[in-house]
Design a protein around this ligand. Sequence first.
Ligand code: SAM
Length: 327
Amino acid sequence: RHDPQGGAHFLEDESTKIFAQKVADHYSARSNQTLEEREASPIIHLKKLNNWIKSVLIQLYARRGDAVVDLACGKGGDLIKWDKAKIGYYVGIDIADGSIKDCRTRYNGDADHRQRRKKFTFPARLICGDCYEVRLDKVLADDAPFDICSCQFALHYSWSTEARARQALANVSALLRPGGIFIGTMPDANVIIKKLREAEGLTFGNSVYWVRFDEEFSDKKFKSSSPFGIKYTFHLEDAVDCPEWIVPFDVFRSLAEEYDFELVFAKNSHEFVHEYMKKPEFVELMRRLGALGDGNQDQSTLSADEWEAAYLYMSFVLRKRGQPDKS
Ligand code: SAM
């Protein structure tokens, strides 16, 4: 068959699509858990900690009436958090058709869900699509500009190729207004590479997660390799089992600058916890979520293995250059 782009490029495109499909299939197949199943999860406290981190980011940056675009929104686990921030409009996009269906059910008031409730106070648009392939400024031409873009636990799926990593940032940049905020949480490449180098082989982990790098990275140096397409397999008990890609933070930061972003902060999850647990309102939020307890010995908290898994992630805040329109 005729391949105008040349064989190698064609193969790269094909395998990129196959991996994107693998990721979509993995998340689509994960059905909604009941409250009992969720509470019995071996990583329940890690999930609660991650919810706390996302809530803190939202509370720090969302303003009443904001228009929000949530890239890789999943099953809509953050809808409640946005509702509490009293946003004005929400667009959620995810590649996994099953997740978007669950998100729609949750938005419409899921009778089985713990957050059984009246309808959300903001209008929402939920779309199934590949955020790192599609030109979202075209899809969302009538909805943009947005005040905030969030991409939680998902931006690393764009680093399979440079083209996708660029499309991800081009999309966020085109959707945000000047001065708009981009918040996200993703694997911390420094921690993952450090752990890989300390490991005997190409695999490391504990009772709740493991990471396995491909043979091609057996020298563990990455000096000559491109910063895109550094693939590993990630397994997190009761949550994730799919191909992921390293996002070297300094490359991410300079690429983001090309798309008009300036870094507000980037923090590993451990540092994030230490920093924001100094604030009484976030300690109270943590107590309500029940991830770390409030210092009482009998309070349930993360296991050591969950705390180590938390260390694999970092959060970032970027601001789109320019002044917001006063009108
Ligand atoms: N953001 C949600 C949250 O924090 O609860 C979901 C996080 S889940 C770990 C990762 C999500 O990324 C999945 O829902 C998956 O379908 C989505 N995803 C992966 N690749 C994507 C892509 N190319 N475009 C859109 N969504 C994608």
